[in-house]
Write a protein that binds this ligand. Structure first.
Ligand code: ASP
Length: 300
């Protein structure tokens, strides 16, 4: 568990997923993960440094990660069994508003679509929204040729030969703005070689994403089924709000009870009302970035 005290009036942590590449991977690959995380953190932190809201910051960071093909979200996301990218995303603001999309196939940035569901509909979650809706809302579209990359096609072939599925990767961000408000966003391709139509935790409010002003904002990554069964993001909140635990103790207890105890791989990032950040994990790797004093730290 990593815990970082607030050093500015605002705070941002981002992640690029748990259970991904090992630190003994090729140097170029490791360097590109560090660079991608740094760029996304910079995009989100710029919003906060300019006095912008937490929601805009988490969206800017997640958009950058969705566009970077090395992360499992947006372009370069893992593929479903039939070779298509079916993407899940959600956003939540600390005032209790939330929006999510599952099995998204047309939005370049699924996180934009999640935000549109929150802001433009009376609903919270849409599954496979039609292109006509995206057009109506002015959401930037992209085709499967944008999302599907050669390394992911090769990965799918390998997995299908071995009759296997893997869960590693998802992107997310949590922020506390200078006004004290919190927000969280999460976006993913989910599990590689998943059954078409499978939905993970990332678009499920309370499982993969949660935010409540005055308490905490959380974004998760790992075996989605366990995060849904354990309602993990909300569990961290509940331990703080009802159990009176601090951020680090709550995150540690949630990982122990809802992940380690059921032998599920996963990790989460969270920021509390004071801008304190934790990265809690039950996995060998967790791609993440945050500010520690004058330095932005990226880790794998
Ligand atoms: N949690 C995501 C899912 O199950 C995948 C991941 O984070 O690796 O869809």
């Amino acid at each position: 568990m990593i815990e970082i005290e607030a050093s500015r009036p605002y705070a941002l942590a981002i992640h690029g997923g748990a259970g991904g590449p090992k630190t003994d991977g090729a140097a170029e690959t490791l360097a590109s993960y560090h660079a991608g995380l740094r760029a996304a953190h910079e995009a989100g932190e710029k919003v906060l440094a300019d006095g912008g809201p937490a929601l805009e910051a988490v969206i800017a960071a997640v958009q950058a990660l969705e566009d970077d093909p090395i992360f499992n979200a947006g372009r370069g996301a893992v593929l479903s069994a039939d070779g298509r990218a079916e993407l899940d995303a959600s956003v939540m603001t600390g005032d209790g508003r939330a929006g999510a999309v599952a099995v998204s196939r047309h939005a370049r940035h699924p996180v934009d679509l999640a935000r549109a569901v929150m802001e433009r509909t009376p609903h919270l979650l849409l599954v496979d929204p039609p292109q006509s809706l995206l057009e109506e809302w002015g959401i930037e579209q992209a085709g499967q040729d944008w999302f599907v990359t050669e390394p992911r096609i090769a990965q799918l072939r390998r997995l299908q030969k071995a009759n296997a599925h893997i869960t590693h990767g998802t992107v997310g961000a949590v922020a506390r703005a200078a006004d004290g408000r919190l927000a969280a966003a999460t976006s993913t391709g989910g599990m590689a070689n998943k059954a078409n139509g499978r939905v993970g935790d990332s678009p499920i409010i309370g499982a993969g994403t949660w935010a409540r002003d005055g308490v905490v904002a959380v974004s998760c990554t790992g075996v989605g089924e366990a995060f849904m069964a354990g309602v993990v993001a909300h569990d961290v909140y509940a331990r703080m709000a009802y159990g009176g635990l601090g951020l680090a103790a709550a995150a540690e207890a949630t990982v122990a009870r809802e992940l380690r105890a059921v032998e599920a791989m996963g990790a989460l990032i969270a920021v509390d009302a004071d801008g304190r950040i934790v990265v809690a994990m039950n996995s060998d790797t967790m791609l993440a970035a945050w500010r520690d004093g004058d330095e932005v730290v990226t880790r794998i």
